[in-house]
Design a protein around this ligand. Structure first.
Ligand code: 4AD
Ligand code: MG
Length: 478
């Protein structure tokens, strides 16, 4: 095929009568004359002007919303409003029609719920075009951030036999028949006859393997899919999501917090610089959505203002214990407005508490540290008080927890004692313990939920709208 010029490229040029071929999909066709053509390279459409007098009626009828076409012609300065350049088309070729009777994406407002039902087509809308270009840029910025600092990108396994978080929220992986699986003499399913000759599941985190890498390479990160069978039907939970997990040797919790804060700011800055038009579109979209809300629920800052604010301000750092004091004395707690009242130390924080701290109390991102050991995973480094661990969670406005991490327990005896307390069998994690036997050192890392970051940056209110094909309880379509 002849080489197409991308619309993004064209829109950056001066119109000097270039002869080009553009190929894309029709967004609208007005007055048998003006095609708004989108080719996915940018949120902007190119106006393609056709001369209906020289085109036959049959062909004109086939130019409908959604049709794939190629147009050859000349780029000229536009007379009309809304664009600086346009194409005067000499020929239009139609590659694929889109029957207006059955093509669901007509030029009108569609609800997010409806678009989720047709997720296989929703990339073709302006909103999802913008969201997924930003998602791409964020992924690239993350790789760039770590690559620039000499981190090694590690691919950790998707199928594992361990539960890294110890939360038991795993999807089983098996080739045994669901009906009548082989059983042992005791009448239990005989996993010896399964593909891996043991029980396996989809990974909930690549952290444990990343630690192995960090204690050889010094600095590694993972960026891969993770799976959680938690039955949370919320706007922030997915059963399949992507996580970025850096792990750094010779680092403590403060180094870890600094790395996370630097990374978040740098990748947000990157998309602000490289995705201006998409972010402006999303900023307007969010402003429209906010108008429909009651005054007190509206966010004080627009999307772009919010991003700028995060980039410009230090994240507030405080301990879990300090946060509990603030929450206990807060108005919603005293007036019993929280669904889960904060009675005392030890309570797990719910998203209402996280949001109070971030949105009402500090009005900026917050890093909470040193949580009670009871509510955190086995691998976190125990503090001198024997009660709290070197954990950190980063909380963002509108999102709640966006990052969870910790300094790791590098002392073999303390770690095995913790595992025994939590009934985690040592044999299964012998390899994880070996890293404490042979050249152990202080190290730390964290996990960033990629979709939560994309949600924050795009201002989309539901996490299902920032991943192409969301997996949630009761839904695995496409
Ligand atoms: O806090 P989590 O469970 O931490 C870990 O998995 C550690 N192994 C990370 C580490 O230290 N290497 O998860 C990390 C982040 C959360 O802060 C959240 O942003 C995201 O992953 N996350 C989810 N995102 C979408 N849907 C879910 N169900 C999520 N669960 C966690
Ligand atoms: Mg967490």
């Amino acid at each position: 095929m002849a080489k197409r010029t991308k619309i993004k490229q064209l829109l950056a040029m001066e119109p000097v009568g270039q002869q080009v071929l553009v190929q894309g999909w029709v967004r609208t066709f007005r007055n048998n004359q003006f095609i708004a053509l989108n080719d996915g390279s940018t949120i902007q459409n190119l106006q393609v002007v056709v001369d209906f007098e020289t085109m036959d009626d049959e062909q004109l009828r086939r130019i409908t919303t959604g049709a794939a076409i190629g147009a050859r012609g000349t780029i000229v300065a536009s007379q009309g409003r809304g664009q600086t350049i346009e194409m005067k088309a000499d020929t239009v070729e139609i590659y694929g029609e889109a029957d207006p009777e059955t093509f669901p994406l007509q030029p009108k407002k569609h609800s997010m719920e409806f678009l989720r039902e047709i997720a296989h087509l929703r990339f073709k809308t302006s909103t999802f075009g913008a969201v997924f270009r930003v998602r791409h840029a964020l992924a690239f910025a993350i790789h760039k951030f770590f690559n620039d600092r000499g981190f090694v990108y590690m691919h950790t396994p998707i199928i594992t036999a361990s539960d890294a978080e110890g939360a038991g929220e795993m999807f089983r992986v098996t080739t045994l028949p669901p009906q009548n699986p082989p059983v042992t003499e005791e009448g239990k399913v005989d996993y010896k006859q399964d593909f891996f000759e043991r029980e396996t599941n989809l990974t909930v985190s690549g952290q444990l393997e990343a630690e192995l890498g960090a204690l050889a390479f010094g600095e590694v990160y993972t960026f891969g899919p993770t799976f959680r069978a938690e039955n949370s039907n919320t706007s922030r939970h997915l059963a399949e999501f992507w996580m970025i997990e850096p792990e750094v040797a010779f680092a403590d919790l403060v180094d870890n917090m600094n790395l996370a804060e630097d990374m978040l700011k740098e990748v947000i800055r990157y998309v602000m610089d490289h995705c201006k038009e998409d972010l402006e579109f999303l900023d307007n979209r969010l402003a429209e959505e906010e108008k429909a809300k009651p005054q007190q629920e509206r966010s004080e800052l627009g999307l772009l203002e919010k991003l700028q604010f995060v980039v410009d301000n230090h994240f507030e750092r405080l301990t879990y214990t300090e946060a509990i004091d603030i929450l206990r004395n807060s108005n919603p707690n005293k007036k019993k407005k929280f669904k889960y009242l904060i009675e005392g130390w030890g309570a797990d924080l719910q998203s209402e508490h996280e949001r109070y701290l971030v949105e009402k109390h500090f009005k900026k991102p917050v890093i909470l540290t040193d949580y009670p050991k009871q509510i955190k995973a086995f691998y976190m480094r125990l503090n001198e008080d024997n009660n709290t661990v070197r954990a950190m969670d980063i909380l963002f406005p509108g999102i709640g927890e966006i990052v969870g991490g910790s300094q790791r327990e590098e002392r073999l005896d303390v770690l095995t004692a913790r595992m025994a307390e939590m009934h985690i069998p040592e044999e299964e994690l012998y390899w994880y313990l070996d890293i404490r036997r042979f050249g152990s050192c202080p190290h730390a890392g964290f996990g960033l939920g990629f979709e939560r970051l994309v949600q924050f940056v795009t201002g989309m209110s539901n996490i299902r709208d920032v991943i192409a094909f969301p997996r949630t309880p009761g839904n695995a379509s496409f």
